[in-house]
Design a protein around this ligand. Structure first.
Ligand code: SF4
Length: 332
């Protein structure tokens, strides 16, 4: 029986961190058994915001792919590819742009939000407005049945569904409506307590060796009420405790919560125990990544082969699309 097909992507913004791992990547790894998976490094999407300086994209692509493979994405089971090596995404994006009203794009919540948040960049571009359209093309060019996303991305799948309905309404049933496969969002704060993000400089990366990861944890902010070892704290407002919830077993979480509230343990004890569990969780990645780093050519070969496979699937869809839109001149 054919497995349902899913598509998801990541922008090549640099090496991945624990937030990426726990928010998406580990979920992707587990989905490989149940779904036919297409995972894309969406380099064109990074140009929608970082068009002025693309100098880092190439290295970022290989960094992301190396992290994917180290985390357990398996090219024998999943198609791992680079978006721009599958030009069918661009062709479908263009065709969709003919039928999608501009207000549909303007009302996507992240459109205005990001324009306000990224004030140092001019995001009044056509490409940035069309970002959800390109994302829709990314999904439906594989006729994906579902898209694994966090809740914050659900609006993008919803607009993809609306676009599919509009397309199918004009030209016949070409695309399935992609479903949302909601992933559970764990809160992964960075070392300064804000959301973990490369741009905040607060991230623990998958490429960090165990000593570096441990050191970053050691200096992480805690409940500010615990100025001295004897001050009791509140684990529910401590970002270190959020990481315990993500990595430590229930008994360690109970030990940390109790010790924190009673000042029975110090923050360094608490962090050291967390580091043990976190490093145990990351042991496979720490074992595999240095080996992959030594073989960037192998990583590129995997991406090129995945992109070739993706092109075949995407081209089959585009044949249907061109036929449906009566621009199919390749056949007599
Ligand atoms: S003991 Fe642990 S949970 Fe409590 S403030 Fe310190 S690091 Fe945070």
């Amino acid at each position: 029986m054919n497995r349902p097909r899913i598509l998801s992507g990541m922008r090549p913004t640099g090496p991945l961190h624990l937030g990426n791992l726990m928010g998406a990547l580990e979920n992707w790894v587990s989905l490989q058994d149940r779904y036919e998976c297409f995972f894309s490094i969406v380099d064109w999407h990074s140009l929608t915001t970082d068009y002025a300086d693309p100098s880092a994209i190439r290295q970022n692509v290989v960094d992301v792919a190396t992290d994917w493979l180290a985390a357990g994405l398996d090219p024998a089971r999943s198609t791992l590819f680079i978006q721009s090596l599958v030009p069918q995404h661009a062709e479908l994006h263009l065709l969709l742009s003919m039928i999608v009203p501009v207000p549909w794009l303007e009302r996507v919540p992240t459109y205005k939000e990001q324009q306000q948040n990224l004030k140092d960049k001019d995001l009044s571009t056509y490409g940035f407005l069309g970002y959800p359209l390109l994302q829709t093309a990314d999904i439906i060019v594989y006729k994906a049945n579902a898209v694994p996303v966090g809740e914050d991305q659900a609006a993008h799948v919803e607009i993809a569904r609306e676009i599919v309905r509009r397309f199918n309404n004009f030209y016949g049933e070409v695309f399935p409506e992609p479903q949302t496969l909601l992933t559970e969002a764990k809160r992964i704060p960075g070392t300064d307590g804000r959301k973990m993000s490369k741009s905040y400089g607060n991230a623990i990366f998958l490429k960090d060796d165990p000593a570096t990861a441990r050191e970053k944890l050691r200096t992480m902010v805690t409940d500010p009420a615990r100025k001295r070892r004897t001050d009791p704290g509140n684990p529910e407002i401590c970002p270190v405790f959020d990481l315990h919830k993500a990595f430590s077993p229930a008994e360690t979480q109970a030990w940390a919560a109790e010790g924190c509230r009673t000042a029975g343990i110090g923050c360094l004890d608490c962090k050291a125990r967390l580091a043990d569990h976190m490093l145990e969780h990351l042991a496979g990645i720490h074992a595999r990544r240095p080996e992959l780093e030594k073989r960037p050519d192998t990583v590129w070969d995997i991406l090129l082969e995945g992109s070739r496979k993706a092109r075949e699937v995407a081209e089959a869809t585009m044949e249907d699309v061109r036929a449906a839109m009566k621009i199919d001149y390749r056949k007599p």
